[in-house]
Design a binder for this molecule. Structure first.
Ligand code: AMP
Ligand code: GLY
Length: 428
């Protein structure tokens, strides 16, 4: 089956690695991919926001399945584009319609959806320029801290947790009056702050049935012990020890089932992943956010634990037959540690040669590349803030994380390499 995977991060390298193992994947194209995905298939230089270029490639190469990694093309309606064209309609498309992608693309839509379907989440109110003054009074009386969220996609920077009222009102004004996030911040959700531990849940749905993939926890802060600036993710672990059977039972009955049923009832076309960011507040799960894709770097621990053929899962998704599939999960733990560029997440340099990359790191470890590229001398160099991650299996999280660290210390190097040495620390 001719397959096209869209995206270029560590998530896409993990997906490409897994797709490439399928009995069905031949050939696999990745657009635009990175130096790591080039080991699993053929990279093609297509801008994933250019729908017509994607369409042309699919027709030229007789693509039969498209898998979308990042949210942006989905929020912008790539699925709908495929469904609207006769030549593209038959292609298996993994990723929701524009309407389904609003779960991530509009925080206010997601909140209203949760309210309609009685799904537990933080209480909230939404404001825009039509009720601007009301928002100021609401903020003045709000308990601290206050969570402000830009409605639309804001490159992961649209959530502000304000510790005092002055800061909250200043952020509110910046978004609504100074266009801090452009159109994405023209509407704001103000919500209650929830205290607890977060985890990431991944569901693959065909719009009617679903499979619950292994859960994961990511580590967003740059510094050891979860300190310093927020990043795109410095590591992840799976499984998550506090996601016990009874907790996950609550997650399924209160959150996952009502979400899938809600999409079905509202006739929202959704064939793809739902990533639910959850918070465990004293044993009770609440939704922090929905995403219409897999997480990064969570994918780099979730996908290696999945034993099913991924193309087979996607075919079942497209045919709305996920009720006939049984998921098989590797019992071992997995941990991934992300190596970044010096200065990330603020400013950093690129173009440094990466040493120590191998095809094989033994049976317990894998290296997934993120911000990497091949230079004109055919050497693999850094080309982003998050450069690569090392995923390892272990009998527990501590053993898996230690194996990944060993590879980073002993094998891999580039100028300015930095990584956290404490991923999974609370589970050791
Ligand atoms: P999001 O972009 O929605 O994932 O939010 C970014 C981060 O902000 C989340 O991962 C949480 O750590 C935090 N956050 C968002 N909403 C809340 C909330 N209501 N209470 C506490 N923390 C939150
Ligand atoms: N790791 C969080 C995300 O992918 O949004």
């Amino acid at each position: 089956m001719n397959i096209l995977l869209l995206g270029s991060g560590g998530r896409e390298h993990a997906l490409a690695w897994k797709l490439n193992q399928s009995v069905w994947a031949n050939p696999l194209f990745i657009a635009p991919g990175n130096a790591g995905t080039a080991q699993c298939g053929i990279n093609v230089d297509i801008d994933i926001t250019d729908f017509l270029a994607i369409e042309k490639f699919c027709i030229d190469k007789k693509i039969e399945m498209v898998v979308v990694g990042p949210e942006e093309p989905l929020v912008n309606g790539l699925c709908d584009h495929f469904k609207s064209k006769e030549e593209l309609q038959k292609i298996y498309f993994i990723g929701p319609s524009k309407s389904g992608a609003r779960l991530e693309g509009s925080k206010s839509f997601a909140k209203e959806f949760m309210l309609r379907h009685n799904i537990p989440t933080a209480s909230y109110k939404q404001f825009d320029n039509t009720n601007y003054e009301e928002g100021i009074s609401f903020l003045k009386d709000h308990t601290l801290p206050i969570v402000l969220k830009a409605d639309g996609l804001a490159a992961g920077k649209g959530v502000m947790i304000c510790q005092n009222h002055i800061e909250a009102i200043a952020e509110y004004e910046l978004m609504l009056q100074q266009n801090k996030f452009g159109d994405a911040g023209k509407k704001i959700v103000v919500e209650e702050f929830l205290t607890g531990i977060e985890l990431s849940i991944f569901v693959l749905t065909d719009g009617k049935n679903y499979l619950l993939l292994p859960e994961a926890k990511d580590y967003k802060r740059i510094g050891e012990g979860d300190t310093g600036l927020n990043t795109g993710g410095m590591g992840a672990v799976s499984p998550v020890p506090f996601a016990t059977g009874s907790f996950m039972q609550k997650v399924e009955t209160r959150i996952i089932k009502p979400t899938i049923d809600g999409l079905h009832e509202e006739e929202i076309d959704y064939k793809g992943f739902i990533f639910i960011g959850l918070i465990n507040v004293d044993g009770e799960p609440y939704v922090i956010e929905y995403n219409c894709r897999l997480g990064d770097p969570e994918t780099e621990v979730v996908i290696p634990r999945l034993e099913n053929d991924l193309v087979g899962l996607f075919i079942a998704t497209s045919n709305q037959e996920l009720d006939q599939v049984k998921l098989s999960v590797d019992k071992r733990s997995a941990a991934t540690v992300m190596a970044v560029s010096r200065g990330y997440p603020v400013t950093y340099e690129k173009g440094y040669e990466i040493y120590g990359l191998k095809k094989n790191y033994g049976k317990d470890s894998l290296v997934f590349q993120a911000g990497t590229a091949e230079n004109s001398e055919k050497r693999i160099v850094t080309s982003g803030g998050r450069v690569l991650c090392v995923t390892s299996y272990g009998k527990n999280i501590a053993e898996a994380a230690a194996r990944s660290l060993e590879i980073l210390k002993e094998d891999i190097d580039y100028d300015g390499i930095y990584y956290r040495t404490d991923i999974g620390y609370e589970f050791s």
